[in-house]
Design a protein around this ligand. Structure first.
Ligand code: PLP
Length: 492
């Protein structure tokens, strides 16, 4: 007996993604840094005191209000769901079942997949050969559509994914004016990385909807949260399709905390733009690869052979995403802008780095953390072909530091003056060893924690966790470096 599955679903391919693990992950356009540890702490503390046995708001009203304030949008026009990819399907349900989805080609895979799954006809209008947006071709397609398929949803990513190109706002305005019977959805997943977004345009046209996500610049891809900014009329109907009580207490609280202190996003965006420019310029020197100018947190790179380029990078521990199966993107892969160190590793794997910068750690809000001790050990390993020496050093560090975190957490939970004094002394020692090693940021964080504890300004466990997370970050980075070094340095 065949399974009772709709033919459209049975005929649809799976979402095109194969999980691969690699030390340097530049394949999914995530933020290069995690949600800030201080904000995680605030969110977790709030969550501890909230009831988890109760349902959340019917339509995430409190979060919609906070988002609307942040975006300068009306709360009634703000619709929150668990990821903007959910909204891509809901908007087809709203306006295109039995009708048509029109988008550009190449495009983000979900527009076409959801059209197929939900029973909408699909028209993909090619970008121009230089990957620019062609409003006239789109307007012509809309004019040609007949019958029920002359209505539906138009999806335009701005900036465009996966090329990173940006359509001009006046071209979109022309499209919006020409498609009044359609819902025009501008997918702004990457809008933080462009100088100007499309909110003004959407305010002028009630059939225009903007899609936004917490998965990119906000550094919250794991939280799964996205939202639509629409006219109140469209939002009112769209909300009927959103599962009731769908946004969890965890999602609500984390997003509220992010919206209360959004400053980190700006800093990270500035760093991403700087690093994007650096990668772009460096890639222009590649003998056979060519980067496309990008307005997002990734670069599309054209190569003679995407499979070969992907394998070469992966052999150096760097994971990028092949895009060569998409229309017009033969030989292309996409690389997410990472931390300066990850970008160095990418350039090195691409054969572009002149010198190996084997040390350093940086996050959005923190200065680069140089690690001269590690640097020197790696340089010795590299020059003297003695990876074993470096591994010994690393092994010692890992052992000492892992035991530091465990002992200090234990001490932090112990009441009394003795435990307090021991903890202060342990932080003092850590600070000393970090400075000797040249891990300046860790030394700084340990010193701050020690001072805060001595002045009893902070609960001991909070101070220890802050230091432990800096330590983890440092060790993670050192491990990455070792994995890369292991590929380059012959064993003794
Ligand atoms: C253009 C575009 N739209 C939407 C999404 C999905 O975002 P979310 O994580 O909010 O579902 C992505 C994710 O990569 C994207 O690239």
């Amino acid at each position: 007996m065949p399974l009772p599955i709709r033919p459209a679903v049975a005929a649809s391919p799976d979402y095109p993604f194969s999980p691969i693990t690699a030390p340097i992950k530049l394949d999914q356009n995530e933020s290069f840094a995690d949600f800030p540890a201080e904000l995680k702490d605030i969110a977790l503390e709030r969550l501890r005191h909230l009831p988890w046995h109760r349902y959340t708001d019917l339509n995430a009203e409190a979060l919609s209000d906070a988002l609307a304030r942040h975006e300068g949008w009306s709360p009634a026009g703000t619709v929150v769901t668990t990821g903007s990819n959910v909204l891509i399907a809901l908007l087809i349900q709203l306006s295109a079942i039995g009708g048509r989805v029109v988008t550009v080609k190449p495009n983000f895979a979900l527009y076409g997949l959801d059209a197929m799954l939900l029973g909408a006809a699909l028209t993909e209008v090619p970008l121009r050969p230089d990957q620019s947006f062609d409003p006239d071709a789109l307007i012509a397609v809309l004019g040609d559509a007949q019958g029920p398929e002359s209505q539906g949803v138009i999806y335009i990513p701005r900036p465009h994914a996966p090329t990173g190109s940006l359509c001009e706002l006046d071209e979109l305005e022309r499209l919006a004016t020409a498609c009044r019977g359609w819902l025009l959805v501008i997918d702004e997943a990457y809008h933080h990385f462009t100088p100007e977004d499309a909110r003004e345009l959407a305010r002028r046209h009630p059939h225009v909807v903007l899609l936004r996500t917490f998965s990119k610049a906000w550094g919250l891809a794991g939280l799964r949260l996205g939202y639509a900014l629409a006219s109140d009329g469209v939002a009112q109907q769209l909300r009927k399709l959103v599962p009731p009580f769908g946004v969890s207490v965890l999602q609500t609280v984390c997003a509220q905390v992010a919206l209360e202190q959004p400053g980190y996003v700006k800093e990270r965006v500035a760093q991403t733009l700087h690093e994007r420019e650096r990668l772009f310029k460096a890639l222009q020197h590649h003998p056979s690869w060519q980067p496309l100018p990008s307005h997002a947190n990734f670069l599309l790179v054209r190569t003679p052979d995407a499979a070969q380029a992907h394998a070469q990078l992966l052999a150096h521990g760097v994971l990028v995403r092949r895009q060569d199966r998409l229309h017009g993107l033969q030989g292309c892969f996409r690389v997410t802008v990472g931390t300066p160190e990850e970008n160095d590793a990418f350039l090195e794997a691409a054969g572009l780095a002149k010198t190996r910068r084997l040390s350093g750690i940086g996050t959005a809000s923190e200065p680069r953390m140089a690690i001269p001790g590690i640097d020197a050990a790696l340089a010795m390993a590299h020059a003297g072909n003695s990876l074993d020496l470096f591994e010994k050093l690393l092994g010692m560090m890992l052992k000492n530091y892992a035991s530091w975190s465990a002992t200090s957490r234990h001490l932090a939970r112990e009441p009394g003056a003795t435990a307090h004094a021991e903890l202060c002394s342990s932080l003092h020692k850590l600070r000393g060893s970090a400075s000797i090693l040249g891990a300046t940021r860790l030394a700084e964080v340990a010193a701050q924690a020690e001072n805060a504890l001595r002045d009893t300004r902070e609960p001991p466990l909070a101070a220890v966790e802050r230091v432990a997370s800096t330590l983890d970050e440092l060790l993670g980075h050192v491990r990455h470096r070792l994995e890369i070094a292991a590929r380059h340095v012959p064993r003794e």
